[in-house]
Design a protein around this ligand. Structure first.
Ligand SMILES: [Fe+2]
Length: 166
């Protein structure tokens, strides 16, 4: 495996599989991407793949179900221009942009097969749980729980003025 890993890899307690992802905001093409890797219970790497996201973004956590992974793609965007010009935190939340959730089979290696679902813009730093269900009409449903925020301020100087000398 050659990609970074976020703070929240997941272990499937039934299968022993380890699933992890890392977001990349340093690509030479300037685009955002998430790398995903799946290991078996003996920690042998089974696959790694790269999933494009909307733009270079902070993605702190992801979601797994019995058969799928879900990549959150929310507008917590890399804004080095605002860091340089206005001393703002490197990532800024833009509530006017939508969020998306990318659903993919755990063992998929083709990012073209990710199904994207768009929602109003929000941020979830940590997800609680998710699982798969069948609807009454037979449709597949994924239920996911997390605490959503439609406003995020992680500006260090505003939150900690005593450390910035203000
Ligand atoms: Fe965390």
């Amino acid at each position: 495996m050659t990609h970074n890993v976020s703070a929240h890899p997941k272990v499937d307690r039934k299968t022993g599989e380890l699933l992890c992802f890392g977001y990349d905001v340093t690509r030479k093409d300037g685009k955002g991407a998430v790398s995903y890797s799946l290991f078996n219970k003996d920690r042998k790497l089974l696959l790694s793949t790269v999933i494009p996201v909307t733009s270079p973004r902070m993605i702190h956590d992801f979601i797994i179900t019995q058969n799928h992974i879900i990549i959150p793609d929310s507008p917590m965007e890399l804004r080095p221009d605002l860091t340089v010009k206005e001393s703002k935190f490197l990532f800024q939340f833009d509530k006017n942009k939508p969020s998306r959730y990318g659903v993919m089979k755990r063992n998929c290696q083709n990012p073209d097969q990710v199904q994207w679902f768009e929602t109003p813009g929000h941020m979830v730093f940590h997800y609680v749980n998710a699982w798969e269900e069948k609807a009454a009409n037979g449709d597949d449903i994924i239920r996911c729980f997390g605490c959503t925020q439609d406003s995020v301020n992680i500006d260090f100087e505003e939150e900690h003025p005593f450390l910035s000398g203000k």
